[in-house]
Design a protein around this ligand. Structure first.
Ligand code: THG
Length: 370
């Protein structure tokens, strides 16, 4: 059987960094927000060890921004999420489930409050800009909704503070988790946030000028030689260990945020006005979610990639499905995420997973694994 290739075209949009990523030896791409996202450089396992020890520069330009600007920007942002945005201040990021009127997950972005009347919604893989434009028009809101040319560039790993300080100065170290500051590099101000899709620490630079961003990319590599800086990307193993969910893989529009373990970001108290309120209140009144995201650990050889959900069984009955999985070198076991029915979701419950490489015995586990 031959491995099919994914053909590129204008629709699989490149980023200002794609040429550099290819020069660094990218081994594969996936498509995210109609844009290229690297999946491995040396190998997923080598990248994993390197990410946990050193520092990597990530082309996450596919984390597109949906900008809301104007007098009704704050009102529209709040309508889209059950998280109470009332306490979010300018200069702050917030992880916000976006949920529709039926309680369905639309996306799980990071929101940046740039000004009282201006936000960036840094989206996962679904077309939030179209939904937001429809809401703004349908409700007659006074707000501009568009996708600006902004490409996040990640600096991730335990040495990311040291590398970022060489480029942006020592003040970058003072940025707190999920806060951002505007810092200059070669005379251009970049939004620099302490955030990113790994648990190894780091920053995301919101590049709003392609040429300046390319100069920044090159400077990071030049400055980080002795730190063993390497091109990297979100790592499948590390993100499962750390409990970072992937919209489209682990959760979709078929799920509500309470099933996804995102209740911490859903406030039903408070008087903030969001469109999913009645739907989420009904789920709670009816006894809460009937299935929920869990970890699973399972034995056997390194598991194959989970490109289709795998059935999860308890006592011979299907009680859920595994949506992401990988072998964890640091935990010496296979780990994954699964949506599991209430009847089998207790931690430690013995389960069977039907992988394409055969059935595996495993256990329901808590998230995060590390
Ligand atoms: N950075 C930016 N945009 C993004 C992502 C990102 N868009 C797509 C995707 N990632 C969105 N998903 C997530 C999921 C988790 C987190 C960030 C984005 C995350 N969560 C923190 C954690 O789990 O530790 C919790 C944050 C909090 O409690 O507020 O960082 O990575 N720009």
């Amino acid at each position: 059987m031959s491995t099919p290739i994914l053909a590129a075209s204008r629709r699989t949009r490149r980023t200002p960094f794609s040429t550099r990523v290819e020069a660094a030896g990218v081994k594969g791409y996936t498509v995210y927000n109609h844009m290229l996202l690297p999946t491995a450089f040396r190998s997923v396992v080598e990248d994993y060890h390197h990410l946990k020890q050193h520092v990597q520069v990530w082309d996450v330009g596919c984390e597109r921004q949906v900008e809301l600007a104007g007098p009704d920007a704050a009102r529209l942002a709040q309508l889209m999420t059950p998280r109470n945005l009332g306490k979010v201040v300018v200069g702050q990021c917030a992880y916000v489930p976006l949920v529709d009127e039926a309680g369905r997950m639309i996306n799980d972005p990071v929101l940046l409050k740039l000004a009282e009347d201006r936000f960036w919604i840094s989206v996962a893989d679904s077309d939030v800009v179209l939904w937001a434009k429809g809401l703004a028009f349908g409700l007659g809101l006074d707000v501009a909704v568009f996708e600006p040319d902004v490409w996040p560039l990640g600096i991730q790993g335990p040495r990311s503070d040291d590398l970022a300080a060489r480029i942006f100065g020592e003040e970058v170290r003072a940025i707190r988790f999920f806060r951002f500051a505007e810092l200059a590099f070669e005379g251009h101000d970049f939004v620099v946030a302490r955030s990113g899709w790994s648990k190894q620490g780091g920053f995301e630079v919101y590049v709003d000028d392609a040429e300046k961003g390319q100069a920044l990319y090159d400077a990071l590599f030049a400055a980080g030689q002795d730190l063993q800086v390497h091109a990297g990307c979100p790592n499948l193993i590390e993100r499962i260990e750390g409990g970072l969910y992937s919209y489209g893989n682990d959760m979709t529009i078929e799920h509500n945020p309470l099933e996804c373990g995102l209740e911490k970001y859903c406030r039903l108290d408070g008087d903030h006005d969001f469109m999913a309120r009645a739907a989420l209140e009904k789920i709670v009144a009816d006894g809460g979610p009937q299935r929920q995201m869990r970890g699973v650990t399972f034995e056997g050889d390194d598991c194959p990639a989970c490109v289709e959900a795998w059935p999860l069984l308890a006592n011979g009955h299907v009680v859920g499905s595994v949506t992401s999985a990988a072998y964890s070198p640091d935990l010496s076991t296979n780990i994954g995420f699964a949506m599991v029915d209430r009847s089998a979701w207790d931690i430690g419950r013995e389960v069977t997973i039907e992988t394409p490489a055969g059935n595996r015995q495993g256990k329901v586990a808590a998230i995060p694994f590390i």
